[in-house]
Design a protein around this ligand. Sequence first.
Ligand SMILES: Nc1ncnc2c1ncn2[C@@H]1O[C@H](COP(=O)(O)OP(=O)(O)O)[C@@H](O)[C@H]1O
Ligand SMILES: [Mg+2]
Length: 234
Amino acid sequence: MSSISDARFLAEGAITVKGRMPWSTNVTLLVELSLEGETGHAIYKPRRGERRLWDFPPGLFKREIAAYVLSEALGWGLVPLTVARDDGPHGEGSLQRFVAADFEQHYFTLRERPEHHDRLRRICLFDLVANNADRKSGHCLLGEDGAIWAIDNGLCFHVDDKLRTVIWEFAGEPIPAPLARDLERLLGTCGLDALAGLIDDDEREAMLLRARALLDEGTFPTDGRDYRYPWPDV
Ligand SMILES: Nc1ncnc2c1ncn2[C@@H]1O[C@H](COP(=O)(O)OP(=O)(O)O)[C@@H](O)[C@H]1O
Ligand SMILES: [Mg+2]
């Protein structure tokens, strides 16, 4: 058991690249962190390794951090701790706590188990608020701690409606009252100062408008036409 907090490890650990993660579309690296004789793992996404996209500006790694900030502001703890580092071996980028997970599990297997539904509803709402354009099944990890973690959140916070997700199970259900209260609290903007410099002001405003619209509607949206899935979906 480490005596060093995850926050210190990520902020101060010396970074050694161990390898590139399978299934990654960007340069997504498994790194070892070492600090004061202790070691741990993290996921390093250097800006330089980002695939160019026509609709998002470079610097997707900042959106990974913004997603962590949003998850914390909601009080849901869905996104593993994610911080910026400018001294990585491939330059600036994000470092995210590595989740020791059962990589056989993903959304389509987890949704079969009712005990996960509360957490999955939160991830669903998080994606709706964040406007996640890429919630694949494999971006829900079942940690050894028993919690489901939402990873790969770089394609979030666009001002235009970009929602693509595999999580449509809850469409039409009322938003549970405790989660609605968390959304209300978000609109009070406490905890959102940390978004400055990560996403633009208009992106932040658009996010709050989405949260407001969800509260006014009171239900998980249905897509009307056909549900918009990412490709590939796992
Ligand atoms: N924090 C994490 N903990 C454990 N595994 C992770 C974490 N982040 C990513 N991975 C693994 O690495 C793979 C690639 O990461 P991902 O974030 O999807 O990269 P990309 O942005 O390149 O698509 C994921 O499918 C997942 O298996
Ligand atoms: Mg991915």
